[in-house]
Design a binder for this molecule. Structure first.
Ligand SMILES: *[C@@H]1O[C@H](CO)[C@@H](O)[C@H](O)[C@H]1NC(C)=O
Ligand SMILES: *[C@@H]1O[C@H](CO)[C@@H](O)[C@H](O)[C@H]1NC(C)=O
Ligand SMILES: *[C@@H]1O[C@H](CO)[C@@H](O)[C@H](O)[C@H]1NC(C)=O
Ligand SMILES: *[C@@H]1O[C@H](CO)[C@@H](O)[C@H](O)[C@H]1NC(C)=O
Ligand SMILES: *[C@@H]1O[C@H](CO)[C@@H](O)[C@H](O)[C@H]1NC(C)=O
Ligand SMILES: *[C@@H]1O[C@H](CO)[C@@H](O)[C@H](O)[C@H]1NC(C)=O
Ligand SMILES: *[C@@H]1O[C@H](CO)[C@@H](O)[C@H](O)[C@H]1NC(C)=O
Ligand SMILES: *[C@@H]1O[C@H](CO)[C@@H](O)[C@H](O)[C@H]1NC(C)=O
Ligand SMILES: *[C@@H]1O[C@H](CO)[C@@H](O)[C@H](O)[C@H]1NC(C)=O
Ligand SMILES: *[C@@H]1O[C@H](CO)[C@@H](O)[C@H](O)[C@H]1NC(C)=O
Ligand SMILES: *[C@@H]1O[C@H](CO)[C@@H](O)[C@H](O)[C@H]1NC(C)=O
Ligand SMILES: *[C@@H]1O[C@H](CO)[C@@H](O)[C@H](O)[C@H]1NC(C)=O
Length: 831
């Protein structure tokens, strides 16, 4: 049934024949995933192991019985960059090259304008060494109980209400219980082991290993004190330094904890006579996000992490800090973030079928609302566990192993990092600050040099991808098919704008949001040029390409739509910004009016991907770049002939029909180029935007059947050693929501905001409810629905005290339910 299962034993639970049931402590809501077998070995890390994380640290728990193997991550631990390569300069050109490159850029531009077909074959121009390295694993914690022989009653699970991983089993004459969590309040992770009847544990040993973390230099393990392991090493050689402190606590009348050196540069902790033991670990590196600017020579080099780690571990393990207290604080912290928003899909929890079996039985179109609901909740769990550190969630969240990860597990900014945050605002998860800090501190400083040296642009900044302020293009020759993407900053700025629009946090907007928006708009103001091919008096980007898709051409729809939306955000945000630079505003308005809007209907009825009509009807490329204005944007879905008109005077319906034609021809996300989850969930979200419930559910369920592992991680590839890529874990909840509620942005503040209720409701979700969906303008709604003929059974709108006054129209099944003007503090039942 699953390609990735070819030649591999199907399912984890295949050895279990007796009737099974979820463990007694499993959430009564059904909100958890559970398995009746330990995870398989390292090759199945991405399929079977279970993630925990607090944003700063992450861990993957294998879930073995006698020996637990916990793979560790520290959010900033990267090889490469200035830590490994002293010549690293963010991929930039040299300052002395600026005039030459500006001249070359003119030649490229003219070649495109004058090319008979509107394209050229190569335009890429790389700068300094790539050397971006990779996000790397931080080794393994081995917790070994002196137990042998078979075990029974095994069950391991991830409690998604509590954000805790748990395992229980019976071995010898005792029943054991282990639990692991990472606390955001303490920035520490904890793993506890005990028996269910408080009897004495067998001898217990804690060790640290990198044996299975291929390519990581062997670190030094020593005893920091008699109960604490100190691990010091580097991500590469030479490279970034990291340290982990892991302290053991134990209770029991005769409990003894001894840390002792073993072997060479190694140490272990032995625990005996304990009835209960737990290990608390903290970790850090000498990376400093605040040192990525010219003042710090773009070094990103910070202090040795040791003192900061001591300052974290002492309070986390102080005698006054009980384990139960720390756990309760963690659960409360997680609940505070996650329970603001609630989704009910009418799912029936299944307490008799382990999650891997639910997963294996899952079929496209047939679906299973319970598993869909779990995957939605799991996406929010992963965002809470990876976004809340000092760095944003990367291509694998914060979960990665070995010295080299697929696509470096980088900040892949041409769809993936955007997708990571698609559902954050609507579900009230204020986890975006590290993302915006990253733009400000990592991209903007060196990206300003890229703007100058590569584009001869004196204001603002640009980036093409990744960490360590790697803002230059990534390669020489024709790398348009994967590397060139100077519009990533424009796309990211729509997240900045949305954060303000949803929260109405004007203090934040003035301090961070607006400066980011303005600097990126300044860059694009200078980059747009008059169209000398069509001579239609418009401004276009040239050169350009769609993300990861040739040709190199002019007026790419994706770029034009995004820049137009960015300019709208400037227009809407100016009044709140406190900025008095009206010359800037005037220039934005004038160029917005004049620019090509990226909306053209081509020879076969398609929405053109490029201004030159050359789309192939058989192009099933993974990216839906020209449909960015359908979802997540609004340039297409909210097309308004008055402000986006071209000479052809398209109507809204014509534009939507063209987008539909393009979406159909783009296929179902299983083209010859890729078969990943993120492309399918993007297609699902687009079908929801087109209010087509059948196609929406088809793509959503197809993604779930084909691109998710038994542990519900999203898989880029299938089979042993499968490639994990977190974007579909985050895109799935966003796409699912888009079938239930849509709140597209509008071009100008005076426009009516339309809220679509249940725009693409699949028949598999006949009843359900949403509570506390946060909408634009400081309002929130809750609604519920039931099987026909009842339909929408309630709809309540509430406005915060800081809500904006806006005209909002609520639409259900193509009919306006009500149009209201919101006001601070209002609360009204519309159904
Ligand atoms: C580079 O920018 C400078 C300053 O705006 C301008 O004078 C010069 O003409 C530009 N060079 C090219 C080749 O466009
Ligand atoms: C387009 O024209 C350019 C310049 O003549 C040529 O180099 C290129 O191969 C052409 N591309 C295609 C796809 O025909
Ligand atoms: C279990 O208990 C029995 C009876 O008390 C004892 O004989 C046996 O050795 C124990 N087994 C283990 C593995 O401890
Ligand atoms: C073992 O640890 C769990 C999890 O913290 C706790 O709920 C349970 O009470 C402990 N068992 C005993 C016997 O102390
Ligand atoms: C330390 O020793 C343990 C066994 O005692 C071993 O498993 C581990 O790999 C060693 N760690 C290092 C970093 O050498
Ligand atoms: C650990 O060492 C401290 C002093 O360094 C001592 O007071 C304490 O008793 C020791 N703990 C154990 C469990 O040996
Ligand atoms: C602790 O050790 C003492 C002395 O050996 C022994 O009498 C007692 O039973 C032990 N207690 C436990 C709980 O094992
Ligand atoms: C557009 O104008 C430029 C000069 O301004 C000219 O060279 C070019 O031939 C024109 N293109 C078309 C298609 O008319
Ligand atoms: C289209 O834009 C115009 C000008 O901003 C505005 O007055 C009108 O309300 C918009 N139409 C819709 C349907 O939003
Ligand atoms: C588009 O609309 C404008 C203004 O209404 C009109 O002058 C023009 O002829 C129309 N163009 C086409 C191709 O219908
Ligand atoms: C996906 O598209 C491919 C190619 O058109 C087709 O063979 C396959 O049946 C489709 N699968 C689903 C589930 O839509
Ligand atoms: C959904 O899209 C499919 C494929 O284009 C089409 O056959 C179907 O009629 C559409 N359904 C609705 C309700 O628009």
């Amino acid at each position: 049934m699953h390609l990735r299962r070819a030649g591999v034993a199907v399912g984890l639970g295949s050895a279990i024949s007796a009737a099974v049931a979820a463990p007694p402590a499993f959430p009564a809501s059904g909100n958890g995933i559970w398995y009746t077998q330990p995870g398989r070995d390292f090759d199945f890390w991405a399929d079977d192991w279970l993630p925990v994380g607090n944003g700063y640290l992450a861990a993957m728990v294998n879930g073995q019985a006698a020996q637990e193997v916990t793979q560790l991550n520290i959010e900033s631990l990267w090889s490469g960059g200035p830590f490994q390569d002293p010549t690293y300069n963010g991929g930039n050109k040299a300052a002395s090259d600026q005039a030459t490159v500006a001249q070359e850029m003119q030649v490229i531009r003219q070649a495109i304008f004058q090319s008979p077909n509107g394209t050229i074959d190569s335009a890429s121009t790389s700068g300094g060494p790539l050397s971006i390295g990779s996000y790397v694993g931080a080794g393994y914690l081995l917790a070994t109980l002196d137990l042998s022989g078979g075990f029974s009653d095994f069950v391991r699970w991830l409690d998604l209400d509590a954000a805790v991983q748990r395992t229980s089993w019976t071995q010898g004459n005792a029943s054991f219980f282990r639990e692991t969590f990472c606390s955001h309040p303490t920035q520490a992770c904890v793993q506890r082991i005990n028996t269910t009847d408080a009897s004495t544990l067998p001898a217990l040993t804690y060790a640290y290993s990198v044996d299975a973390e291929s390519g990581i230099p062997i670190p030094t393990v020593s005893c920091f004190d008699n109960s604490t392991l100190q691990i010091t090493g580097t991500a590469s050689s030479p490279g970034m330094a990291f340290e982990i402190l892991a302290r053991v606590s134990a209770s029991g009348t005769n409990a003894s904890i001894v840390c002792a050196p073993t072997g060479t540069n190694n140490a272990t902790i032995s625990v005996s006579g304990a009835s209960d033991a737990f290990i608390t670990w903290v970790g850090g590196t000498d990376y400093d996000a605040d040192a990525g600017d010219a003042v710090h020579s773009f070094s990103f080099k910070g202090a040795d992490p040791h003192d900061a780690l001591v300052a974290l571990i002492e309070p986390a393990t102080a005698s006054a800090t009980t384990y139960d207290g720390a756990l309760a604080a963690h659960i409360a912290d997680y609940a505070g973030l996650i329970t603001k928003f609630e989704l009910d899909l009418g799912q029936t929890p299944d307490f008799a079928t382990p999650t891997d079996q639910l997963h294996d039985a899952y079929q496209t179109d047939v679906g299973n609302p319970y598993l869909e609901w779990l995957l939605f909740n799991f996406g929010r769990y992963l965002l809470a566990g990876s976004a809340r550190g000092t760095l944003p969630a990367n291509l694998q969240g914060k979960w990665a192993k070995d010295d080299s990860n697929p696509w470096s597990a980088d900040y892949h900014s041409n769809i993936n990092i955007q997708m990571n945050y698609w559902f954050a605002e609507l579900t009230g998860m204020d986890v975006v600050t590290p993302l915006f800090d990253y733009f400000e501190k990592t991209w903007a400083p060196r990206g300003a040099l890229t703007a100058q040296y590569l584009y001869n642009i004196s204001e603002g900044w640009v980036t093409h991808n990744e960490i360590f302020g790697h803002t230059g293009m990534k390669g020489g020759g024709n790398t348009a098919s994967w590397a060139d993407y100077p519009e990533s900053n424009a796309w990211m700025m729509l997240h900045v704008w949305d954060h303000f629009d949803f929260t109405q946090d004007s203090d934040w907007f003035k301090a961070q949001g607006w400066p980011l928006l303005k600097s990126v708009a300044q860059f694009h103001l200078q980059k747009l040029v008059p169209d000398e091919r069509f001579n239609d008096s418009t401004l276009v980007v040239n050169p350009c390409n769609s993300p990861e898709q040739v040709p190199i051409t002019l007026g790419c729809a994706h770029a034009q739509q995004l820049i137009w939306q960015l300019f709208n955000a400037i227009d809407k945000g100016f009044a709140i910004s406190g900025d008095t630079d009206t010359a800037f505003l005037d220039e934005v308005r004038a160029k917005r009016e004049q620019m090509d809007k990226g909306i053209h209907i081509g020879s076969w009825g398609q929405l053109q991907e490029w201004k030159v009509d050359m789309d192939s009807p058989t192009d099933t490329h993974r990216h839906l770049s020209h449909l960015v204005g359908l979802y997540p944007g609004y340039a297409v879905s909210g097309y308004n002939a008055t402000v986006q008109a071209t000479a052809e005077n398209y109507t809204h319906d014509e534009v939507i029909a063209a987008a539909t034609t393009s979406l159909i021809h783009r296929g179902n996300g299983t083209g010859p180029d890729a078969d990943s989850g993120w492309e399918k969930v993007w297609r699902a979200a687009c079908w929801a935007q087109l209010q087509n419930a059948t196609e929406f559910y088809h793509e959503l369920t197809y993604a779930l059947e084909r691109n998710f592992a038994p542990n519900l991680f999203s898989l880029y590839s299938q089979g042993e050693g499968a490639i994990f890529q977190i974007d579909a874990n985050f895109g799935f909840p966003a796409a699912l929501l888009n079938g239930l509620i849509q709140v597209p942005d509008v071009a100008t503040t005076g426009d009516i905001y339309t809220v679509f209720i249940l725009p693409a409701l699949p028949s598999n979700w006949p009843s359900g409810s949403i509570k506390n969906a946060r909408l634009r303008g400081g309002i929130s709604i809750e609604f519920s629905w039931a099987p026909a003929p009842q339909g929408l059974t309630s709809l309540k709108v509430s406005a915060e005290s800081f809500a904006a006054r806006r005209r909002v129209r609520f639409v259900h099944k193509g009919q306006t339910i009500k149009e209201i003007t919101t006001s601070p503090g209002m609360s009204v039942n519309l159904v």
